[in-house]
Design a protein around this ligand. Sequence first.
Ligand code: SAM
Length: 264
Amino acid sequence: MDTITHKKNVQKYYSKRAEDYDGQKVTTLKSKQGFGAEILNGVTDALAGLENKPVLEVGVGSGRIGFPLLEKVKPWLVGLDLSKKTLELAKARMSHYKQRFDLILGDAEHLPFQNSVFNGIVCISIMHYFVFPERSLAEFSRTLKEEGVFVYGDVTMHELDSQQFLDKLEKTLSQAHARYCWPSEMRRLLENQGFLFSEIKVIPYRKSYLSLMGDREKYSDVKPETLHKCIRDATANEMKLYLIDSKGLTLFYTLIAALEGSRS
Ligand SMILES: C[S@@+](CC[C@H](N)C(=O)[O-])C[C@H]1O[C@@H](n2cnc3c(N)ncnc32)[C@H](O)[C@@H]1O
């Protein structure tokens, strides 16, 4: 599938699913402890000190990260997304801070900004939609100022998942998915773009099959049986890596903070 068709699929998926997505994800962030809060704290810590500075959130979605960023870090925020519907939700959620953000319909691979304009770029739970992650990383590097902070967060495969079990599982469940990376692969991609490495954190979390299915039946026409078949087909090693049992499995969320290096 070519990248334009793929992006149209992502766009279509989020225009249909935006409100349900927002409802599900916001509930996970509300818990004071645990996975959602850990990601949010990781992002705000990495961007601390950027009050009133321009920060871009690529794939801002419905603003579930953008809103707390405006509240805690207080940057001048630009939120960019492929989906008009999610941007409408973000606009409503962040309206209290309307003097301090702009929202733009756009594509991560073709950022409509000049070189070296942002002090920070945030990219949370979106890189697995990119067929060629290096293209968007090149755009992030181009538009970040020297020593600007890049924060990446996404589900990644287990470093020892050599047969890419998790990626195959996700592909059978979602037409919008492009591919999951390994943490070391993402680090290498960043280094290849000249980013200086700052911090990497891999957060394991449990996911029940029920929550992994989520609203996939409704939006992707996937039956729970498809998921259960993939799980039954897992090898003994894959079962061990992802701690697969009768109720669910362990996934890994990787957060990376990196600095834009010198271009001279
Ligand atoms: C899983 S949601 C994450 C939203 C938000 N970052 C969050 O954590 O709640 C993924 C978002 O990325 C957007 N997206 C996917 N591919 C994109 C691209 N090439 N350029 C811009 N946005 C994109 C989707 O439209 C969707 O809103």
